[in-house]
Design a protein around this ligand. Sequence first.
Ligand SMILES: Cc1ncc(COP(=O)(O)O)c(C=O)c1O
Length: 385
Amino acid sequence: MGERELLMIPGPTNVDPAVLRALSKPTLSHTDPEFVKIFKESLNNLKKVFMTHNEAFVIAGSGTLALEMAIANIIEPGDKILNTVSGFFGQYFVEISKAHGALPKVLEAPWGKSIKPDQVKNALKEGDYKAVTVTHVETSTGVTNPIKEIGEIVKEYSNAFYIVDAVCSLGGMEVRVDDWNIDVCASGSQKCIGVPPGLALLSVSDEVLKFLEKRKSPVKFWYGDFRNWLPVMRDPSRYFATPPVNMIYALSEALKVVLGEGLEERFRRHHILAEAFRAAMDALNLKLVADREYVADTVTAVYYPKNIEDNAFRSEMRRRGIVVASTLGPLKGKGFRVGHMGNVSQNDIMSTIAAIEATLRNMGYQFNYGAGLTAAQEKILSLQQ
Ligand SMILES: Cc1ncc(COP(=O)(O)O)c(C=O)c1O
């Protein structure tokens, strides 16, 4: 399928041609005033996307780097940390916390369900934690965790730093860093922002930066130490390590696309297309992994009906030009995941549903052919009014 392939996985997502063109511009010196201006403007625009006055950081790496920087800077060996885990990516925080010498207390929700604010409240009443971690959209299940409500609880019941993984939500769903008391918000370039993989994006509160001045032990991650990067983020003509110049051109273009659409409009588009996709799955009698009350607008995980084999399904989808992802961990082989985020359009959603219908029918699944497309179309019409 080559260049016509549609990426409907939960990242990387389809990249706007203007962003691809930016990547191919001649590489400037990282100290060239023209590049410094682009970097500075990108950091300012990124703050708008995070909805914050806090410091923004853009570092070469992936979302996992952003998670590790959050933990490495805040945690000192022996610190207690409250890690909430509702799927595959929540566990990343637990592993990173252990790697940096923290003592994690893990609050779990079953796969498909969200963490409850009361769970966090009860844990905070019983223990004293240095930090609380929450995965906003758990990409393995398509569940949204209530980061606003948990943020209120963290503020009211503790002195803990509040760390949020917004890798699968920033730029596609509401993430209000200042209003929701988020100390470190960690994200990546390749999902709702619509840049290829390769950038860790963070916002960091003044409280965290002040804490770093009085930490007892050095941060055990020199490349990831916020204090090494802070002068660069405040004045991109400064040097700590060479920034990925062309990726920052790409980010600059992508943020213009995001802000040009408008955040509220963008969230609404994500919501309408996610609702359309869910309506289609209902019409095909396919069950979602996420409980309805927690569904995310950026990714949906769907169980296969009986007798549908994962590799065969995804290979046939790919022959039809649509790439979808497998489910992870204990759900491996039991379902597929569709990312509907970033530059996703109504046409992309309708093509994906059409390919799912054709593929399932070809594989022997019995259903009312065309019902998914009709349901999605009707949902879009009703929500766009
Ligand atoms: C919620 C979440 N957190 C963290 C990550 C890890 O990000 P990356 O693959 O960019 O390192 C992912 C990747 O899919 C994710 O979805």
